[in-house]
Ligand binder design. Structure first.
Ligand SMILES: NC(=O)c1ccc[n+]([C@@H]2O[C@H](COP(=O)([O-])OP(=O)(O)OC[C@H]3O[C@@H](n4cnc5c(N)ncnc54)[C@H](O)[C@@H]3O)[C@@H](O)[C@H]2O)c1
Length: 329
């Protein structure tokens, strides 16, 4: 009998229960299911809140194989930068898809950060050079942290350069992350430091390129997570034009990612230039990196199945570790 209870997981519960390695494995599962047509995931709905220079995203997903259905609601408030608040806030609800019984409510910011890092980790493990040792993180906010963690989980990184418009923030990030990951993390002294990076992650709300194409190393892999609207852009069009471009989901990226929508609209390249989806690389339907010279670019806007597999991982781990709070509806 349903006793009307469900589990609540705070950000601290989620960070205690999840490891980046497990989340990357969960992403492999999620993107393989997507590639095999085993995910029901309508395009997310974006509600514009123009008066507040903000938007809200509603992201439903049903994964029949896991017997769960869920929805995450995310708010994006760009002006929070000047308020010294994070841009992103989010909550997620999970239900048993057989009975419809509510299972859990989760802090969506922690789920978002872990799954956004983890998908870049998966892309890095599939696309970056095996011998990648140096990373660069552009944007040292919430996502920047899990981007670096994920890249380190996917490749034997020993050094990372970090860049942010806010130099003090980059310096604090470098100190915290070098202690957390036991690698050398330095606040970059000049944009030219990028030339040492084997893997670059961009995690900013920028509307202009956040690096110069000429500074990139040969054979670099780029994870671009920041641009999720057509007017946002982080990666120079010249870079995208000469890269092997892999996306999380084609229809979402074409509709939402300024990194692709803008050069496509300007005729810099055509739709055929985009190599394909990450799930199809994971299931080997399409090729991965083919040599040490090519530039690979993984563009993600974030898809709901990432959230659901991470939330399901939290629920499973919580049963083992007896964590979470039981609430009654
Ligand atoms: N792809 C996805 O799945 C996904 C998921 C979550 C968030 N996002 C997006 O990622 C971006 C970052 O999110 P966050 O939660 O880390 O935000 P945040 O506010 O915590 O951090 C963003 C950081 O970028 C810095 N920044 C802004 N413009 C910059 C520039 N031109 N060069 C260098 N640094 C710059 C800011 O100073 C800030 O430190 C946002 O656009 C967000 O919407 C994408």
């Amino acid at each position: 009998m349903n006793d009307n209870t469900f589990q609540f997981f705070s950000g601290s519960d989620i960070y205690t229960l999840l490891t980046m390695e497990k989340c990357i494995e969960a992403m492999h599962e999620a993107f393989s299911a997507l590639s095999h047509g085993k995910v029901v995931m309508p395009p997310r709905m974006r509600l514009m809140m123009e008066e507040d220079n903000a938007n809200a995203l509603f992201m439903p997903v049903y994964l029949p194989g896991s017997k769960t259905v869920g929805v995450k609601t995310v708010t994006n408030n760009i002006d929070n930068i000047s308020r010294n608040l994070p841009i992103v806030h989010a909550m997620m609800m999970i239900f048993d898809s057989v009975t419809g019984v509510p299972l859990a409510v989760l802090n969506g910011e922690a789920i978002t950060a872990m799954r956004t890092g983890a998908v870049s980790g998966l892309a890095t493990s599939l696309l970056a050079r095996e011998d990648s040792r140096t990373a660069a993180i552009i944007g040292t906010g919430t996502q920047g942290e899990t981007q670096l963690e994920a890249v380190c989980a996917a490749r034997p990184i020993t050094k990372a350069y970090v860049f942010d418009l806010n130099v003090d923030k980059a310096r604090d990030f470098a100190k915290t992350m070098s202690e957390k990951l036991h690698i050398e993390v330095v606040s970059a002294a000049s944009p030219a430091d990028l030339a040492e990076a084997d893997v670059v992650c961009t995690a900013t709300p920028s509307q202009r390129p956040v690096f110069d194409d000429t500074h990139l190393k040969k054979g670099v892999h780029i994870n671009g997570v920041g641009s999720y609207k057509p007017d946002m852009l982080e990666v120079p069009a010249e870079t995208t034009a000469r890269a092997k471009v892999v996306v999380d989901r084609m229809e979402s990226c074409l509709a939402e990612a300024g990194d692709l929508a803008q050069p496509l609209a300007q005729g810099v390249f055509t739709r055929e230039h985009i190599h394909g989806e990450l799930g199809d690389v994971a299931t080997k339907k399409i090729s991965s990196r083919e040599n040490d010279e090519e530039i690979t670019f993984f563009k993600s806007v974030g898809v709901a199945v990432q959230d659901l597999v991470c939330a399901n991982l939290v629920i499973a781990m919580a049963k083992e570790k007896k964590l979470g709070t039981t609430l009654t509806l």
